[in-house]
Design a protein around this ligand. Sequence first.
Ligand code: HEM
Length: 528
Amino acid sequence: MEILASTLELFNSSTLTILVISLITLGAIILRTSKPHAKLSATIPSPVALPIIGHLHLLGRLPHQSLHRIALRHGPLIRVRLGGIDYLALNSPSTVKSFLKNNELAFSNRPSSTTILRLTYNGSDMSFTPYSPHWVFMRKLTMTQLLGGKTIDKLHFIRKEEVKRLLRIFYDKSRKGEKVNMSKELINLASSIISRMSVGRQWAGKDDELVELKKVVNELEEVMGMFDLRDHVWVFKQFGKLGFDFQGIDSKAVEVKRWYDRMVERILREKEVERQKLSGNEDGGEGMAPKGILDLLMDVYDDENAEKKLTRENLKSYILNVLAAATSTTAITIEWALAEVMNHPSVLKKLLTELDTVVGKDRLIDESDLPRLPYLHAVIKETLRLHCPVPIIARISSEDCTIDGHFVPAGTRILVNSWAVCRDPESWKNPLEFDPERFSGDDNMNEIDYKGQHFQLLPFGSGRRMCPGVSLAQLVIKGGFAALVQCFDWPSDENSVDMTEGPGITLTRAATLVLTPKPRLNKLLSTM
Ligand code: HEM
């Protein structure tokens, strides 16, 4: 997911090879690194750093786990130097609260880089643009209109159709005895829902275009997530100035940006033609589909009297934000939830009892049923706790602060390790256990939500930059997951599914879930 572009990305073997070779070749000149933040409090614990690379060697393929391990030895607030840049890693709820609540405004920006600027049309987007009047305007527009309750409700039909389409695919495969690659199908589900909701109705049914859009967004995410050594290690920075691009980031970024731009321009032009034809007709008029996110955004773009004039780059980068932020996060959450209930037969049984009692077996679960499904909410909340889809959130400070006695100068980068926070043993009993019951006991744990004020549960972040897609995400995740659980029999046996995490800026599963679906509600499925 793009918002973590400036976060640590995994060190694959080729990156490490480049690093080692370059260090050897340049041995004579490398004894100089960028100056660390001179004033960052030296009292913040930090492991021993190596010259040039700092603590890069301590971060494995899963940086959130590496930081968690370091924090267990040095304390929840640690200073890590990645190349020549100091970061503070926050690993406990109280530390995160000190930064994101007590100093919220100071940490309302995200770190950027040349690649991010290139891909976000020079920061014209919402996710990376600095905290500014433009961001305030876009955020307000997002919360009141683009991702507001009314828009989400009106586009309910898209989520419903796409879930039914997924169920039909599963049902067909089950009748042919074919296996289903869950990761792939769930990404397809999320991608189709988000693409249709964002770029509009004329895309429905044009599968080839949706597939291309999915591919380009995936590539964009990948480039944005690459850890650019030029931004962190002095030697690489110097080579970068001479035009060297050892990791191939620039060429990939240019290529994928061109690809995205071509696609999004095509979408915009089609939309403009369509809007001209329909001009004068209001949303919801006879025979008209409700407006999607791009349509609403273009209303503002076309409005001469709008509070703020949007540029074409604003439109293109906003759509990119939504597509990138919403797709893999929602898909992997459904996948983790399925894996967890397969590993916990008693949870699956209880969930089915709730679904059968509230919804029955003759109709498909609908979003309107959600308020009456508390156990479903507990299962998803517990999934988001244990498998926090965005394990690390990166921010940067815009002013000097003193936090818990430590001086933190402007420009300090922080890494909020939400994954570690959600497993904090002081906040959670048996933190590593998947136990949705923890949210239904008498100890008020059910009051803990993920709206950003309970710092032990931060899957969507906190403060003014927290995720604006929480409501939509919940509908996509709960609607899709509950339909799959209701309609198919999932093989369930204690600890039968491998829960190892895979690399990525979102928390993927290492092992793909591949299954032959077995219908549970045959009659219902056959009528879909
Ligand atoms: C399970 C699903 C999702 C998870 C776990 C998730 C998580 C996050 C997190 C952790 C952040 C950073 C928050 C911070 O800095 O405090 C974020 C930001 C963001 N998310 Fe989500 N997200 C999800 C789904 C969505 C959806 C469905 C959308 C939109 C359709 C969305 C749009 C965004 C945007 C635009 C930002 C940047 C906000 C800003 O900088 O102002 N996300 N998300």
